[in-house]
Design a protein around this ligand. Structure first.
Ligand SMILES: [Zn+2]
Ligand SMILES: [Zn+2]
Ligand SMILES: [Zn+2]
Length: 88
């Protein structure tokens, strides 16, 4: 298995499927820019360019370290605690 740069990323064996909407923005009728999928619980949330930054908030409050881009054609993972990107 390739070394992706941290233990959290190295522990990812398969990428969870992405939704097409931010679960939290849908509840409050907010807009988002890009989507990210939590690789611990599978929820899809919005990126840091979005007004509500739900993916970041979720990573911190739930202590789920790794997200994957949910954008079509993007294949990368990001670990919040280690600030490491890895393509897959
Ligand atoms: Zn990590
Ligand atoms: Zn959101
Ligand atoms: Zn999560």
């Amino acid at each position: 298995m390739p070394d992706r740069g941290c233990s959290h990323l190295n522990a990812i064996l398969s990428i969870k499927p992405a939704d097409r909407e931010c679960a939290e923005c849908m509840k409050i009728g907010a807009q988002w820019v890009h989507l990210r999928t939590c690789q611990q619980c599978g929820v899809t949330l919005c990126c840091d360019s979005s007004p509500n930054r739900h993916a970041s908030k979720h990573a911190h409050t739930a202590a789920h370290p790794v997200i994957a881009s949910a954008q079509p054609g993007e294949r990368w993972l990001y670990c919040y605690p280690d600030d490491v990107f890895a393509e897959y």
